[in-house]
Design a binder for this molecule. Structure first.
Ligand SMILES: [Zn+2]
Length: 318
């Protein structure tokens, strides 16, 4: 295979976790991985390479279960995809639960045609963005109330100043506040998306009062921020990004808050863990992230797996 082309095939499966140390991927986008595997296959075939397996949702869950990833919390965070996550949870009740929200980058588009994007990034409106934000948010609340068995978290919500910039910062903050209020009202965990917005996210949580179970999804803060999280009992969810060489401070943050406040996730199809950064991510890759954490903490892999599994149970009840 030519080194010039990005390798689109599935990365090799990690060594399976033992039966008594199974884990859950607490934040992923399974429905988005299916089209990725189709793209992988098209590219392989067009280059005369062997076809790669194109997995259905069920096969992606089986692929994960085969290495000890017994379940996922699937995140639906665009208005048309809220029910995708919930339907998946209905169809696979033992293996899938749902987190739903209007993503921060989506929240600024709803009903706000004409708000400029940050420099250099064109704003691409989709038909559902004609729905005003308040109506989209009401739909999140309605679905969460109607499906208490499936929906275990409100998220991902928060702030993203990388994609949104100053112009719509206050719209994002208000949307975040609405999600905080809903999570508290329904007694659900909150999954936070924080991109280049650590200070704004923390200030908003402290001003409004954070839900009892507040999770920084794909934690990207430093050790100072981890101290703040520890002080308030917030949880850190480690994605593949925590395995990257330059992210020592993310790994060290796990030590600061302690494994009773740490979980693992893929955020698939992005953020594939080392040593397969750049390949397509899916829930079966979780053991690689656990290994990076175990190496950093100088602990056995199974102990890290069991501890994060217990944390997941405490936070989401699954
Ligand atoms: Zn996500």
């Amino acid at each position: 295979m030519s080194k010039k082309h990005r390798d689109r095939s599935w990365a090799p499966a990690p060594v399976s976790l033992p039966a008594d140390a199974q884990v859950i991927d607490n934040h992923t986008h399974v429905a988005s991985v299916v089209p990725f595997s189709e793209t992988m296959n098209h590219e392989a075939v067009s280059k005369g390479q062997p076809q790669v397996p194109v997995y259905s949702v069920r096969e992606l869950l089986d692929q994960a279960a085969a290495v000890g990833v017994e379940g996922v919390i699937d995140c639906g965070c665009e208005l048309p995809h809220l029910m995708t996550a919930v339907d998946m949870a209905i169809e696979h009740p033992d293996r899938v639960h749902a987190a739903i929200a209007i993503h921060p980058n989506e929240s600024v588009l709803h009903g706000h045609r004409g708000v400029p994007g940050p420099d250099g990034l064109p704003v691409r409106y989709k038909p559902w963005h004609d729905v005003p934000f308040d109506e989209a948010m009401a739909e999140v609340a309605r679905i969460a109330r109607a499906h208490p068995r499936q929906v275990v978290a409100i998220g991902e919500t928060g702030m993203d100043l990388f994609r949104t910039g100053e112009s719509a910062k206050e719209l994002q903050r208000q949307a975040f506040r609405d999600h905080i209020a809903l999570a508290k009202e329904l007694g659900l965990a909150l999954q936070i998306h924080d991109r280049d917005a650590h200070r704004e996210v923390i200030d908003t949580l402290l001003a409004d009062g954070a839900p009892e179970r507040t999770v920084f999804h794909s934690y990207s803060g430093d050790t100072d921020m981890a101290q703040i999280a520890k002080e308030h009992g917030w949880y850190l969810s480690m994605s593949g990004a925590s395995s990257y060489k330059g992210n020592e401070s993310i790994r060290e943050s796990a030590r600061i808050v302690g494994l009773d406040h740490v979980m693992v996730e893929t955020d698939a199809p992005y953020l594939t863990p080392m040593p397969y950064r750049g390949r397509t991510n899916a829930p079966y890759m979780i053991p690689y992230t656990l290994q990076a954490l175990a190496d950093h903490l100088d602990m056995p892999l199974v102990d890290v797996a069991r501890a994060t599994r217990e944390t997941t149970k405490r936070v989401y009840g699954v």
